[in-house]
Ligand binder design. Structure first.
Ligand code: SF4
Length: 188
């Protein structure tokens, strides 16, 4: 995160960097770029060039409720390489169900991120919201294998384990046909 200034100085192709969670900062930046009289100083999380100076705006607070964010755009899956062996499924789609971690490992960028943003260390999407996204990917794109790309899927403590259980139970309740590799293995 602290490399933003170095990158902006060293690389003239970059005019902006966003520290922390970028969804709303990026949106506000695009709105500002559309204007003729631009003021980047109020966009929290933005690092930008003003003449020969690098300006660090105020840090942006993390999104408190991840369920309020839309699902990531998955348009690229229409043309993604599919595996003919498993019925043309899209392999190993990444889904993020939480952000942050309650660990304090000194070598880890997630821990540094937690300290810098000074927000809640871990936030998780609700089980319903997660499984809604999985179901959309199953029904619209034929995805069968998911890779939960969270920093710490099972946080925090007992509450996190309960959330993981509720995600699993909701997948079963909806009858989502996941993990066809194990299904194929069972058929053989
Ligand atoms: S994400 Fe892993 S390595 Fe990083 S602070 Fe959490 S437990 Fe430690």
């Amino acid at each position: 995160m602290t490399l933003s200034e170095t990158i902006l100085i060293a690389e003239p192709a970059f005019d902006f960097a966003i520290l922390g969670e970028g969804e709303y900062a990026c949106l506000e930046l695009l709105v500002e770029l559309e204007k003729t009289a631009r003021d980047f100083s109020t966009i929290k999380g933005l690092v930008w060039k003003r003449g020969n100076h690098i300006v660090h705006n105020e840090i942006r607070e993390p999104v408190p409720d991840l369920d309020t964010l839309p699902f990531p755009a998955r348009d690229f899956l229409d043309t993604a390489q599919r595996d003919p062996v498993d019925g043309n499924i899209v392999e190993s789609i990444r889904v993020v169900t939480s952000r942050g971690c309650i660990g304090t490992c000194t070598f880890c960028c997630v821990n540094l991120h937690n300290k810098t943003l000074k927000g809640k260390r871990w936030r998780g999407r609700s089980p319903m919201h997660v499984v809604d996204e999985l179901e959309m990917l199953v029904r619209e794109y034929g995805v069968r294998v998911f890779n939960f790309a969270d920093s710490s899927f099972e946080d925090p403590g007992r509450r996190g384990k309960q959330r993981a259980r509720e995600i699993c139970e909701e997948i079963i309740r909806r009858g989502l046909p996941l993990s066809p590799r194990s299904t194929c293995a069972a058929k053989r």
